[in-house]
Ligand binder design. Sequence first.
Ligand code: FES
Length: 75
Amino acid sequence: MFVCICKAVTEEEVHEHMDDGADSADAIGEKCGAGWGCGTCVDRLNELLCARYRQSRCSSLTAEVSIRRGSWVNG
Ligand code: FES
C-alpha cells in the first residue's frame, strides 16, 4: 500500500527506512522524499512512527506536523 502518492513510497519502504534508523518524518523524507511533496502523507508517516516508537514521541511528532503545515500557534 502506498503511503506517499507523490513519491510512490510504500508502507513497506517506510518500515525499511525506520529499520535503518529514520526516526522522524523528515528523516524518512531524506531517504525517499515521502512527505516532501504535497505533505498529505505526513500524518500517516507520523502514525507509523508513533506505532514504532510508542506514545512517548507522539506529542512531539504532532507538533512537527503542525509546524510543517504552517498551522503552529504559540501558546
Ligand atoms: S502524498 Fe506524500 S508528499 Fe504528497
